[in-house]
Design a protein around this ligand. Structure first.
Ligand code: ADP
Ligand code: MG
Length: 334
């Protein structure tokens, strides 16, 4: 009897029962490239991940889609009554509101009037030669938009929000992280063994690969000179997010204008940083913190990251790299 049991286990193993397969996929979702590698023994769920991202973008987050929750909330700004939101979205807004407070307003998801004014999403796709000084907003326009920006004026109620006239929510700085959280919930539900999924500048590592090797996540070189700036070696589930001045920008008269805005001045942040990478155990926070830390700079940024139990890496214009202690253990320069 003693011999039979191990044999039985070996036979079950060889027959393929429980042996994970690797499924891969590439698609365009949330305005960016999504790549997936999923290890599991069941059916391929990459189409389910795609469907989830599509639904999240079109039904909840996009401010450019008038029928999404955010689109409809924005269209209802100025109407005194509470605009109802789904519970997960409301929870996410609470987290972002708290981060706005903790970052002294450096992170602000009511930045919509300014993002609309700068229109960087569209300008960055245009032929650089076609851009002249006229595309840069005037001081007056910026001042006008600033009057409609302010996280402290976003009222969160039990089942919804109140936006005053002219306010515009923009979840661009946290959307891919929110997507990461939702994807991980799906991976758990589907009994996935392990996965690595990247949604633009946000990456999720989940579980442990069948060969037990750690995850390796490359950090983009913000100068565009090397294949990548460095590599993160991660074990288990993590959320990695990078914000940089190289992602969406234009150059006019030799000046670079990029898509991360300082909610206090209304202008793109200029503080000597090229990029910020955050590693933490929450998708929404990794994404939002990378933006927040980019705005407040390395000194305050390290404190903010530590407050949230996150690791942070700052790459500066002069090429120097500054990081939290925990980051030193997982980051290797390329
Ligand atoms: P990406 O979307 O390229 O990964 P980020 O996560 O840093 O980069 O988000 C930048 C986007 O967030 C901008 O395109 C804009 O919509 C919005 N945004 C810009 N500045 C801020 C800010 N200070 N706080 C919150 N959102 C911002
Ligand atoms: Mg972000």
């Amino acid at each position: 009897m003693k011999r039979i049991l191990p044999l039985l286990i070996i036979v079950l193993f060889l027959s393929g029962c429980g042996v994970p397969k690797e499924y891969s996929g590439v698609s365009t979702k949330m305005g960016t490239v999504v790549t997936m590698h999923i290890y599991m023994s069941g059916e391929d769920i990459t189409p389910k991940v795609d469907a989830l991202l599509e639904k999240l973008e079109t039904e909840e987050l996009s401010r450019k889609i008038s029928t999404s929750e955010i689109g409809r909330a924005n269209a209802n700004a100025g109407k005194a009554e509470v605009f109802p939101l789904s519970e997960p979205l409301l929870e996410d807004l609470k987290i972002l509101q708290q981060l706005s407070e903790d970052s002294g307003g450096a992170f602000d998801c009511t930045i919509g009037p300014l993002s609309d004014l700068w229109n960087m999403d569209e300008l960055a796709t245009k032929d650089p030669a076609s851009l002249s000084r006229e595309v840069i907003p005037t001081k007056e326009e910026i001042e006008n938009a600033l009057q409609r920006v302010g996280y402290d004026r976003l009222v969160l109620r039990e089942n919804g929000i109140v936006l005053s006239e002219g306010m515009v929510l923009d979840l661009g700085a946290a959307g891919k992280g929110i997507a990461g959280d939702r994807v991980v919930a799906l991976l758990k539900k589907e009994n996935v063994d392990a996965a690595v999924i990247s949604i633009g500048g946000s990456v999720v590592t989940y579980g442990t690969k069948p060969d037990k090797s750690p995850w390796q996540v490359a950090i983009t070189d913000p100068f565009g000179e090397k294949e990548y700036a460095g590599i993160l070696t991660l074990v288990g589930t993590h959320f990695v997010s990078t914000s940089g001045d190289y992602e969406r920008f234009i150059e006019v008269d030799g000046v670079r204008y990029h898509h991360i805005l300082d909610p206090h001045t209304g202008y793109p942040v200029t503080n000597g940083l090229k990029s910020v990478t955050i590693v933490c155990d929450s998708g929404i926070l990794s994404d939002a913190l990378s933006t927040a830390c980019f705005v407040i700079g390395e000194e305050e940024g390290i404190k903010l990251a530590e407050k949230y139990g996150a690791e942070a890496l700052f790459i500066k214009e002069d090429g120097s790299v500054i990081m939290t202690d925990g980051m030193q253990a997982i980051y290797k320069e390329y």
